[in-house]
Design a protein around this ligand. Structure first.
Ligand code: X8Z
Ligand code: ZN
Length: 606
């Protein structure tokens, strides 16, 4: 990804708005945009390089340098956004009008015009990002050992593999101890970011974030409610089933009809439940293979994981990644320095200098994440010939959805082609396969939705600083039906224990991606001829591997970048103009029926 700080445009040309004829006004607009797009590259590259070095080598110095590059870029973006507004009354050619809109609403962080405040807000942003990257839990019991502290990789491993509630609780509370020190800075960050957003004419930063979706911001919020209503019944069924199984396993630590304690779901944020699959698997329909075990038994190395991912894209007709990708990426956690390990994909020069930064572990989750990151890189390369302002995805959900769409094609049949499996499990194992996938994709939906429900309210002031943590858990309960495993208070700052909150990355994109990827998969599978006419192969057994037709279709959307409203891009790939959760519902339909049978007579909801 990279924290898409895209429309990074300075203003060299000041538009004269009064005494122009309409032709010269159009010329003014043209010149303004050309200058802006030109300068964009320079500032973007400088900012990206600074951020890359900071996140790969976290020190006070790299933090300051990274912040400086970001500040230069953001200050120019802000000036440009204001300048673009001066053309509001002009009738411009559609492409130019779109570019003006992108200049006005493209910022994620708007710095205030006051240089001191701009310096402060970008410094805080870099420092919160660094604080997260440096985050460690150093328990008493490890004090005198060679490795006295646990980083996010260690915590992730414990959450994924331990079945000891005491150990899980310790890891959970331990990781959540990294964030209380962020609270003060975060509070100030919200104030300053809002000041910048209001100077651009937005009500607050959340309103600015909601303005990027080619529809009125309030309509966008309503779209989210509509989509959530579409998928919520399936989430409730999954939640009830998993809760019952965990209740069997852990006894009263998991109530029979209340929220699930957040430390027992196999993931520090309870956002992906795949790691408890074995605790909840249907004995008769278990597919009988474990990708993590396969990867380990084959002695797969981090670089191999990336090669498999690249191989998939190549099989669709995409060109191989450039040599510099392999030379400049970070694939393995360095032993001797702090880095931001949270996986990301970068496009340093907006042309060919693609990279990923990831501390790859050999397991099924990271196998998927590698595909996710490469999806960003292949998207970035596909739109590189667009004008600078259009070098981004149709909306941010699209960027997040591409690699995941490919990962949906990592079917048992594909694993057979890779030589990982001798033969695919028969159709009777589909419930197990679907359940495993639902623990990733369905469990994620309310989490994907709630993070920015929280942040939007924080930015609007509806959630004041003295309620940050309480409101966080209210929303976790409302949407996810999970509860903190120990009492929390306002001395805690649990949102900061999630990367995207600390690093100021909007999160609704992942909710959108979760819905969109099933729409994309359904459309591309059809293009690849799956299910074959007359067959009833379910979509979870369709892989687009080696389909040039699917690759062409995908590329036809990717290369559009941000040049057209996302509805057009969606139409190009799927023939639909609306985000539509029927694809994800249909994909999981057999599982949903099965879950409802299992849940008969049991409580649903919390
Ligand atoms: O942050 C990510 C990617 C990088 S854009 C690894 N994801 C979200 C998360 O980890 O919280 C992918 C799934 C959701
Ligand atoms: Zn991503």
């Amino acid at each position: 990804m990279r924290r898409f700080l895209p429309f990074l445009v300075p203003v060299l040309f000041v538009a004269s708005s009064c005494s122009t004829t309409s032709t010269s006004a159009a010329d003014d607009a043209k010149r303004f945009l050309a200058d802006a797009e030109d300068k964009l590259n320079t500032l973007n590259v400088e900012s990206q390089r600074g951020d890359w070095v900071h996140e790969n080598f976290i020190t006070d110095d790299t933090e300051a340098l990274g912040a400086k590059g970001d500040q230069r870029l953001i200050d120019e973006q802000v000036k440009d956004a204001k300048e673009a507004a001066k053309f509001d009354k002009q009738k411009l050619a559609p492409e130019m009008a779109r570019k003006m809109e992108l200049l006005k609403n493209g910022l994620v962080l708007a710095a205030p015009a006051d240089p001191k405040e701009s310096e402060e807000v970008t410094r805080i942003a870099a420092s919160l990002d660094g604080a997260y990257g440096r985050g460690k839990y150093c328990p008493e019991r490890l004090k005198k050992t060679q490795k006295p502290c646990l980083d996010i990789e260690d915590i992730t491993r414990i959450m994924a593999t331990s079945r000891d509630p005491k150990e899980l609780l310790d890891a959970w509370t331990g990781w959540h101890s990294i964030s209380p020190p962020m609270r003060k800075d975060f509070t100030r960050f919200v104030q300053l970011a809002n000041k910048g957003a209001t100077e651009l004419g937005f009500k607050d930063t959340g309103a600015m974030w909601r303005s990027k979706y080619d529809m009125a911001p309030d309509d966008f919020a309503r779209e989210l409610d509509r989509l959530w209503d579409q998928v919520r019944p399936l989430y409730l069924s999954l939640h009830a089933y998993v809760r019952a199984k965990l209740h069997e396993k852990y006894g009263d630590v998991v109530p029979a009809n209340g929220p699930i304690p957040a430390h027992l779901l196999g993931n520090i944020w309870a956002q992906d439940w795949t790691n408890v699959y074995k605790l909840v698997a249907p004995p008769n329909a278990d597919p009988g293979y474990d990708l993590t075990q396969i990867l380990k038994s084959r002695n797969t190395q981090p670089l191999d994981m990336v090669r498999y991912g690249e191989g998939f894209f190549k099989s669709l007709g995409f060109a191989p990644l450039p040599e510099t990708f392999w030379q400049r990426s970070l694939f393995v956690k360095p032993r001797d320095r702090d880095v931001v390990c949270h996986a990301s994909a970068w496009d340093i020069d907006n042309q060919d200098d693609l990279r990923i930064k990831m501390c790859i572990e050999i397991n099924a989750e990271d196998f998927t994440t590698v595909h996710h990151e490469l999806g960003h890189n292949f998207y970035q390369r596909a739109y590189k010939s667009q004008p600078a302002l259009f070098r981004d995805s149709a909306n941010d959900g699209f960027h997040e959805a591409i690699g995941d769409t490919i990962a949906l094609s990592v079917t048992p049949e594909y694993l057979v082609k890779l030589g990982f499996l001798k033969q695919p499990p028969d159709a009777s194992k589909d419930i197990g396969l679907l359940l495993n996938k639902a623990l990733e994709k369905i469990a994620f939906l309310p989490f994907g939705l709630m993070i920015d429900q929280w942040r939007w309210k924080v930015f609007s002031g509806e959630i004041p600083p003295e309620k940050y943590n309480e409101a966080w858990w209210d929303l976790r309960l409302k949407y996810q039906g999970v509860a903190p495993p120990v009492a929390r208070s306002e001395t805690d700052f649990d949102p900061g224990a999630k990367y995207h909150v600390a690093a100021d990355v909007p999160y609704m994109r992942y909710f959108l991606a979760d819905i969109l990827q099933f729409q994309f998969h359904r459309a591309l599978a059809k293009e690849a001829g799956c299910p074959a006419p007359g067959s009833n192969t379910p979509l979870n057994r369709c892989s687009i591997y080696e389909s040039k037709a699917a690759g062409d279709k995908l590329n036809s959307m990717l290369q559009m970048g941000l040049s057209k409203p996302w509805q057009e891009a969606l139409y190009t790939i799927s023939g639909q103009r609306e985000m539509d959760a029927s694809a994800i519902r249909d994909y999981f339909k057999p599982l949903e029926d099965w879950l409802n049978e299992q849940n008969a007579g049991k409580p649903v909801g919390w």
